[in-house]
Design a protein around this ligand. Sequence first.
Ligand code: 1GP
Length: 251
Amino acid sequence: MSKTVEQYIYDKIRDKGAIHMTLLDPQKTESSACIKIAAEADEAGTSAIMVGGSTMASNSDLDEVVKEIKSKVKVPVILFPNNISGVSRYADAIWFMSLLNSSSTYYLIDVQALTAHLIRRYELEAIPMGYIIIGDGGAAGFVGQARGIPYDYPELALGYSLAAETLGMRFVYLEAGSGAKAPVPLGMIKLVKNNLSVPLIVGGGIKSGPIARAAVEAGANIIVTGTLVEKTKGVRESIYEIVSYIESTRR
Ligand code: 1GP
């Protein structure tokens, strides 16, 4: 890829209005299934494959699955690390993220300090991102020791989002947690986006095209789904449908 992944994301958002990324968790889903899902999601129009999750995974397993996915897809493969084990030299880029509302310095800055040298040695493109857990955040909230922002306090989400942007982070992610019963509230997305200049990522509990469209109408630039492909319809159909809703929404 000649341009950076970050530039690719900006260009896609500019051209499409909003885009979809597919999250795969090699700890939750078998490697062979991850590879198949990635290939089908790519064909169905997802804009990137994110690899990571909130549970443990070993580096060597991650390397293998990332290498295989890379050989099957045209879109970038971006790491979404939950810990030091989330770094692989074979990915195109890594979300270099800080869990801003964690009560532990480990997830705020220590894990980044432990992996930054490796990322530099691998010449892995690092994309700085502020990660904010909304509600209990499921496994991500538990593992990340987050003080989740209550759904009915959007101004708290705005404060953390503005802090991320002011600190120089180039993306903000509002995360309700994988499999969340309720996605990030639309009013919260709206308030944050109306006051933010950097692209806004929203994920957790987005299970259908109409829900994704509502989040995009409220201001999300990137919709991340993981659990969606575990549902009854085929991967291609599910991703194709959600991508169509996301990319046909004009704000
Ligand atoms: C979790 O936001 C992502 O990190 C995706 O959540 O699995 O609910 O789609 P779902």
